[in-house]
Write a protein that binds this ligand. Structure first.
Ligand code: SF4
Ligand code: SF4
Length: 115
């Protein structure tokens, strides 16, 4: 019984590994993958729809001082709470939030906060 596995083991020695040395190497990420958010402050209306729809309460609306001194509400996204459902992207009327193909949790830093 155990001997049956030996030809397979030998064959596998000559095959390419199915794993990659991430993050230096990566697979092709398919279209529609929901990874790290990109945020365009210029497109944001400050409506707060993204924060209201977020099921994990990962988005907080915060005051951001603008160049002209005025204050504008903008979302602050805590990726450690996010489940990457994409609802914030779907609800945003101006497409200011977009989930990219970037895989967020790599490296030795704590999860990002996007604002
Ligand atoms: S992807 Fe989902 S969980 Fe993550 S911030 Fe957007 S709405 Fe919240
Ligand atoms: S990112 Fe979109 S949904 Fe969120 S506050 Fe800005 S305009 Fe509204």
């Amino acid at each position: 019984m155990k001997l049956k596995i030996i030809p397979k083991l030998i064959a596998n020695l000559f095959k390419k590994p199915i794993t990659v040395r991430f993050p230096k190497q990566s697979f092709d990420i398919p279209d529609g993958y929901r990874g790290k958010h990109s945020f365009s402050p210029n497109k944001c209306l400050g409506c707060g729809a993204c924060a209201r729809i977020c099921p994990n309460k990962a988005i907080e609306m915060v005051d951001i001082k603008q160049k002209d001194g005025s204050i504008k509400k903008q979302p602050k996204i805590n990726l450690s709470k996010c489940c990457f459902c994409g609802l914030c992207e779907n609800v945003c009327p101006t497409k200011a939030i977009h989930l990219t193909k970037k895989i967020p949790f790599t490296g030795d830093t704590s999860p990002d906060i996007i604002k």
